[in-house]
Design a protein around this ligand. Structure first.
Ligand SMILES: Cc1ncc(C[n+]2csc(CCOP(=O)(O)OP(=O)(O)O)c2C)c(N)n1
Ligand code: SF4
Ligand SMILES: [Mg+2]
Length: 297
């Protein structure tokens, strides 16, 4: 499959070189097409859009206060309903992990529970990057941030699981390093009625501590080590996405150390933390594998 040629972001945005989020946004907007309205809270994505009076996208964007992304999406959908346009125009909330797993979780939960017909996309660079790398609920175990100078204590919050518990029709995970998979998920979500949630791992060179040229490699390692499984849950049924299929077999997964060693934020990890990661990944996959078996019965 080829991606659409048309671009919805103008060249020369204010994102850093090698930004995973910018790549995700570019691909997602291609899949969503011109009949899309976006709502975006404070984040690196607002910086990508530019200063007041400018916007680097060809689509309409509402910049909404941090805690209100889900509520603003419900409001836009209600207004489109009123005008008889809600079948035609897709409403998409695009937020960072801080704006999703911490600050915006209540309004997202409310919009999901109300059954708002929208897509919520969380690009997860695993910290509050725009304000200088503070830890979020999505920061992984042991990662350095300015508020976790000794490394974060716990694992990242499983946000897709929380959204799944809302009983919404579509939940998916994705990663900047697999653009076709990402594109297909946005295209599919656009056609489904009701709340849809897509959580996308977004490698970030300055925040994670690696060279901009390595963004794709590092995102792939997150998948190849089994740390970030790619899947879809449609009406409660899970399927593994193509890039993740073979990693349900533990023998095929790369050692997690290969992923952790690529990034300065993990430079002070001890062996216990690496073992903790190995256990975390094994537990995560045994849950996935058991679920897939159960659902095939
Ligand atoms: C109510 C409120 N609190 C704090 C801020 C400051 N702020 C702006 S962006 C940001 C970080 C957002 O982190 P995340 O959602 O992960 O997006 P990222 O910057 O990583 O892209 C913060 C704390 C704000 N704009 N509004
Ligand atoms: S700090 Fe990270 S997420 Fe933000 S623009 Fe730069 S690379 Fe992208
Ligand atoms: Mg973030």
């Amino acid at each position: 499959m080829d991606l659409k040629e048309e671009e919805f972001i103008y060249p020369g945005t204010r994102a850093c070189a090698g930004c995973g989020m910018a790549l995700i946004y570019r691909i997602a907007l291609k899949a969503l097409g011109p009949k899309t309205i976006l709502t975006v809270p404070a984040s690196c994505l607002t910086v990508l859009h530019g200063m007041q009076g400018f916007c680097s996208t060809k689509l309409s964007v509402l910049h909404t206060p941090f805690a209100t992304t889900g509520a603003s999406a419900s409001g836009i959908v209600a207004s489109l309903d009123d005008k008889g346009l809600s079948d035609e125009i897709c409403v998409v909330a695009f937020a960072g992990d801080g704006g999703t797993t911490d600050i915006g979780i209540q309004s997202l939960s409310g919009a999901a529970e109300r059954g708002t017909n929208f897509i919520y996309a969380c690009y997860d660079n695993e910290a509050y990057m725009n304000t200088g790398v503070q830890r979020s609920g999505s920061t992984p175990l042991g990662a350095f941030s300015t508020t976790t100078p000794m490394g974060k204590d716990g694992h990242k919050k499983n946000m897709p699981k929380i959204l799944e518990a809302h009983g919404i029709p579509y939940v998916a995970t994705a990663c900047a390093s697999y653009p076709l998979d990402l594109y297909e998920k946005f295209q599919k979500a656009r056609e489904i009625k009701g709340p849809k949630y897509i959580h996308i791992l977004a490698p970030c060179p300055p925040g994670w501590g690696y060279e901009p040229k390595d963004t794709i490699k590092i995102g792939r390692l997150a998948v190849e080590t089994g740390f970030w499984p790619l899947y879809e849950i449609e009406n409660g049924r899970m399927t593994l996405s193509r890039p993740s299929k073979k990693y349900s077999d533990e023998q095929k997964r790369k050692p997690i150390k290969e992923y952790l060693e690529t990034q300065k934020r993990f430079k002070s990890l001890d062996n216990n933390t690496v073992q903790n990661y190995e256990q975390y990944i094994n537990d995560l996959w045994s849950e996935v594998n058991q679920r897939l078996e159960r659902e095939q019965e």
